[in-house]
Every structure is written in structure tokens, then in C-alpha cells.
Design a protein around this ligand. Structure first.
Ligand SMILES: N[C@@H](CCC(=O)N[C@@H](CS)C(=O)NCC(=O)O)C(=O)O
Length: 233
């Protein structure tokens, strides 16, 4: 089965067999979290309806912690399973409905795809946190981490010199999984980022942030724990 190849882990992946039932899955999400943003982008592109519960990281709902004790967002609660990693939710969504054939870009060169994801979620994110939140780590090493992060996104800028989108001819999975993090990197010091000489990536990021899709997934929502309002996302 093709979807099996898409999973990051080689272990048996039970939720791939889950079919969407009438009841909608529940997504615990936090508006500004890049992991949650990438998940919302893909859920939207895949037309998967969910009930979104907006969370405050400093005041998480008990029922969220109960279903997923590690308590990071995003979390997707399905009738029989809980998915607690953004990429698991993304691959699950793509296995349910992939109208834009986003999986094709992933499958085309899976070694590249896995390396891209590893560099993003491990290396780049590591340096991003130590740059953006340097006061929580080693303030003296802020610029070192900024430069390490920059060296990776310079590769993305080069890629965009050859391709229209990070995913090829169409905006797709590589754009959606990475641009929320590049955005966060820029936000740490927009003037510095804009002066960095990354013309292709700066343009791509600006287009992405200006898109209807991005605006849609970034809407401010009521906090579920305080209001009990679940948003039909
Ligand atoms: N590997 C996880 C990481 C998710 C993550 O770290 N989310 C952050 C917010 S951006 C979080 O929930 N942190 C918990 C906290 O701050 O209490 C994924 O891909 O979903």
C-alpha cells in the first residue's frame, strides 16, 4: 500500500486504516505554533473537516493532557486513535484525501524528503529556538545559532532559484511544512532577515504569508478552555 511508504516510522501504522466517520476529529491547536500551522495548512488543503479547540500553552485543557500526556500541540483526536505529532497528522490527512497530489512531491525522492524534514525539524528548529529565545538558552550564542539557521535557509533560497515553489511547480508539502518556521525565523528580526540577500525565499515567504490559505489558517479563535467554543475548521 502506497501510503505506508509515506510514514516516517517503519513500525506498523494503524491509523492509516482509519476512515473518517461522521463525527469530526478534534484538533487541539495553538494559533502561532509553527507545528500547528503546518498541520492546519495541510488539513485545509486536504479538505478534512475538524473541530478545532484553540489552546493556550500556559493553560492547557485537562482533557487534552489526558489524551496526550506529552501535551504538545497539534494533537488530533480520531474516533479510535490519537495523533500527537504534526507530521503524523499531515501524513494521515494526505492518506485520507490528497486532491492536490501533494504526496507525489514527497514520494518523488524520499531520501531527499526525509533529509529535508530532518534538517528542518531537528537542526534548523534547534538553532531557531536558540536564536529566537536566546535568553532561555545561551544569550552569548544567539548570533552563532542565527548563522547556523541561516546556512540552511540559504539552501532553500538556492532551491527557489530553480523551482517556483519549494515543492516544485505547485505550492505543496515542502512549502507548508517549512514556511511557518521560516516565518518565525524572520519575525525574530525582520529588518535583519530582509537585508540578508535571500531574494527567492523572501519573495516566496511574502507570497505565502499574503495568501488566502495562510490568512485563513491564522484567524484568531476563541480559547476553547475559556469559552467551550469549538470551531468548525
Ligand atoms: N514534534 C511535535 C512538536 C510540537 C511542539 O513542540 N509544539 C509546541 C508549540 S510550538 C508545544 O506544544 N509545546 C508545549 C509547551 O510549550 O508547553 C510536533 O511535530 O507536533
Amino acid at each position: 500500500m502506497r501510503y505506508q511508504e509515506l510514514t516516517l516510522n517503519s513500525h506498523k501504522n494503524p491509523y492509516l486504516t482509519v476512515k473518517l466517520k461522521h463525527e469530526k476529529p478534534i484538533l487541539y491547536s495553538f494559533r502561532r505554533c509553527p507545528f500547528a500551522i503546518r498541520t492546519r495548512l495541510i488539513l485545509k488543503k486536504c479538505n478534512i473537516p475538524v473541530l478545532l479547540r484553540e489552546v493556550e500553552l500556559g493553560d492547557k485543557p485537562d482533557c487534552m493532557i489526558k489524551v496526550s500526556p506529552k501535551a504538545t500541540v497539534p494533537i488530533l483526536v480520531l474516533p479510535n486513535y490519537v495523533l500527537e505529532q504534526s507530521m503524523d497528522i499531515i501524513f494521515w490527512a494526505l492518506s485520507c484525501n490528497d486532491p492536490y497530489k501533494m504526496k507525489d512531491a514527497w514520494i518523488a525522492d524520499e531520501d531527499f524528503s526525509k533529509k529535508f524534514l530532518h534538517e528542518l525539524d531537528n537542526d534548523f528548529k534547534y538553532h531557531l529556538d536558540r536564536y529566537k529565545y536566546s535568553s532561555r538558552y545561551e544569550p552569548n550564542e544567539k548570533i552563532l545559532h542565527r548563522n547556523m539557521a541561516l546556512s540552511w535557509i540559504e539552501k532553500l533560497d538556492k532551491r527557489l532559484g530553480k523551482l517556483v515553489y519549494l515543492s516544485g511547480d505547485l505550492e505543496g508539502i515542502f512549502d507548508y511544512i517549512s514556511l511557518p518556521f521560516i516565518r518565525q525565523f524572520r519575525i525574530a528580526d525582520p529588518r535583519w532577515f530582509d537585508s540578508c540577500g535571500l531574494p527567492n525565499l523572501q519573495k516566496r515567504l511574502a507570497e505565502f504569508e499574503g495568501s488566502d490559505l495562510f490568512q485563513r489558517v491564522m484567524q484568531k479563535l476563541p480559547i476553547w478552555k475559556k469559552t467551550r467554543i469549538e470551531v468548525q475548521f
